[in-house]
Design a binder for this molecule. Structure first.
Ligand code: HEC
Ligand code: HEC
Ligand code: HEC
Ligand code: HEC
Length: 151
């Protein structure tokens, strides 16, 4: 009786491992992503759609330029590894304004904690760099270029 129970338990455990392995193996990079983080109870701005595949294939940006897992200050994420949503680690919505007399958070501290800072640093900083290098580049850097007015 005991042995049978153990066998069933082993089978169930193996099944669970198998399903997780499958989920990781089939995690696909989507072509486009309309970003709508649950951290914002309400979106004040219009939603932004990232041309995920274009950024990688046409604009030749490596996965690891956007996806990371830091270990001892180094990005150890590599293609094939599971991808977590940005807000799984940048877990707070937006930094509150520092009160009078209180020390301000550094830019790095804000980025590490707050999704709002992390996502804008990722998208906008790269676009601004591109524009700096080539003024004729058409890339969204201003608020309304990514968040056109809501109708
Ligand atoms: C390159 C594109 C881009 C630019 C430029 C940009 N944003 Fe965003 N913004 C995003 C993305 C992507 C998100 C994440 C949305 C999500 O996941 O819900 C976001 C989120 C937000 C949010 C939180 C969600 C909401 O709707 O309330 C606010 C507020 C916001 N942006 C304001 C701004 C402001 C203000 C500017 C200009 C100073 C700006 N953004 C410039 C891409 C951009
Ligand atoms: C320009 C930046 C950028 C590049 C380049 C990029 N990604 Fe992404 N990727 C994102 C963003 C942003 C998301 C949405 C994350 C979120 O919703 O929090 C995402 C989402 C994903 C997801 C889905 C995650 C989920 O759970 O929803 C996978 C898988 C993924 N990327 C894999 C890849 C792979 C593989 C490559 C390279 C072939 C790649 N990405 C290149 C920015 C990028
Ligand atoms: C597994 C956790 C984790 C995930 C998932 C994650 N981040 Fe980060 N991210 C961090 C940590 C930790 C740091 C701080 C690194 C440091 O300063 O040592 C960081 C730093 C950053 C930085 C500043 C440094 C740099 O690499 O440019 C940006 C911008 C950023 N993240 C954006 C994003 C975006 C956009 C996504 C989703 C596509 C994302 N992060 C997903 C943990 C994560
Ligand atoms: C490492 C650089 C880099 C990062 C990071 C990046 N982009 Fe871009 N983005 C580009 C380049 C390059 C172009 C194309 C410029 C051109 O047309 O030559 C572009 C174009 C765009 C465009 C206009 C054309 C299109 O394909 O839709 C949008 C919108 C855009 N990016 C949104 C985003 C958002 C949202 C994020 C963050 C989640 C992001 N980008 C992160 C480099 C980047």
């Amino acid at each position: 009786m005991k042995k049978q129970f153990f066998l069933v338990l082993t089978a169930v455990a193996l099944g669970v491992v198998f399903i997780f392995a499958l989920a990781y193996a089939t995690q696909q990079a989507p072509d486009t992503i309309t970003m709508e983080s649950k951290l914002f109870s309400k979106h004040k701005k219009s939603l932004v759609t990232l041309s995920h595949k274009k950024h990688n294939v046409d604009y030749k940006i490596g996965c690891a330029d956007c996806h990371h897992v830091y270990k001892d200050g180094k990005n150890v994420w590599k293609e094939g590894d599971a991808v977590q949503k940005c807000d799984a680690c940048h877990t707070e919505a937006k930094a509150p304004k520092a009160k009078e007399g209180e020390p301000k958070l550094s830019k790095a501290e804000k980025i590490k904690k707050y999704y709002y800072s992390a996502i804008h640093e990722n998208c906008v900083a790269c676009h601004k760099d591109l524009k700096k290098k080539d003024k004729t580049k058409v890339v969204p850097t201003k608020c309304a270029e990514c968040h056109p007015k809501k109708k």
